[in-house]
Design a protein around this ligand. Structure first.
Ligand code: ZN
Length: 251
């Protein structure tokens, strides 16, 4: 393990443009469970109930969606970034951070102090809500108040359109501009670090592959192995907060 940490630290020291690719596993140590894991929310709710077209067409589905979504948000609302997140912020302070592409919707990279313009939220954010008709944006906390006051499926107060959290739902396509920006960064980075993602959700998962194709080195820190472990310089299965703290060293 010691050798892997040393090798990881050296790779970071030698790099100029690091692309961070983060997934649910990075937030587990901040108290946000991976919803796909046993006991996660997807055991209580059936995600196939919440396909985007069903959300649009059925108010009852939306009511249940908001019920699920409130539980989901409650877990991340007050979550605090762990020291691994702070190490990533440090990478930006060292002028080595090209961008963070995240599959997470929990706002923790922002809470850690990384600049919003460095963060691409591929799956959107749970912290804002938009009207699907006129685009009016509200904070999640504003809409949460409505729901706490008995509204089951909230509508826009400007145009009466359907309100939905700014997360990408099942069956909803990822925003093309965020995806193309991510691939652009993948072609520009000299080191890509995958953190807490099992790389199973496509096309997002092909971003680290793209980085390697373009000559970047790859580091994977994840609980389980991934199908591109063989492309990586090093693969570490350990506590992400500890490993990040150890390999991102000010210099
Ligand atoms: Zn509206």
């Amino acid at each position: 393990m010691e050798d892997l940490i040393k090798k990881g630290a050296k790779l970071i020291q030698e790099s100029k443009n690091v692309l961070i690719f983060s997934g649910a596993g990075l937030s587990v140590e901040s108290g946000i469970p991976d919803f796909r894991s046993p006991g996660g929310l997807w055991e209580k709710y059936d995600p196939s109930d919440f396909y985007y077209d069903r959300l649009l067409s059925d108010e009852k589905v939306r009511e249940r969606y908001w019920e699920m979504s409130m539980e989901f948000y409650a877990l991340m609302k007050d979550a605090v970034p762990h020291r691994g997140y702070l190490a990533i912020k440090n990478l930006e302070d060292m002028n080595k951070l090209l961008a963070i592409v995240t599959q997470n919707v929990d706002n923790l990279h922002q809470k850690a102090g990384n600049s919003p313009d460095k963060i691409i939220e591929l799956h959107g954010t749970a912290f804002f809500v938009s009207c699907l008709k006129c685009g009016q944006k509200s904070t999640r906390d504003e809409v949460e108040l409505l729901i706490k006051n008995g509204v089951k499926a909230p509508y826009c107060d400007v145009c009466s359109g359907i309100l939905k959290p700014d997360t990408i739902s099942f069956g909803q396509s990822m925003p093309a501009d965020k995806l193309s920006d991510s691939f652009k960064y993948a072609s520009e980075c000299d080191l890509c670090i995958v953190l807490g993602s099992s790389l199973v959700v496509y096309p997002a998962a092909s971003i680290p592959e793209k980085a390697v194709e373009n000559g970047a080195k790859l580091v994977i820190i994840n609980r389980d192995s991934t199908h591109i472990d063989h492309l990586a310089e090093i693969v570490i299965h350990d506590s992400l907060s500890k490993v990040l703290d150890d390999i991102i060293i000010d210099n």
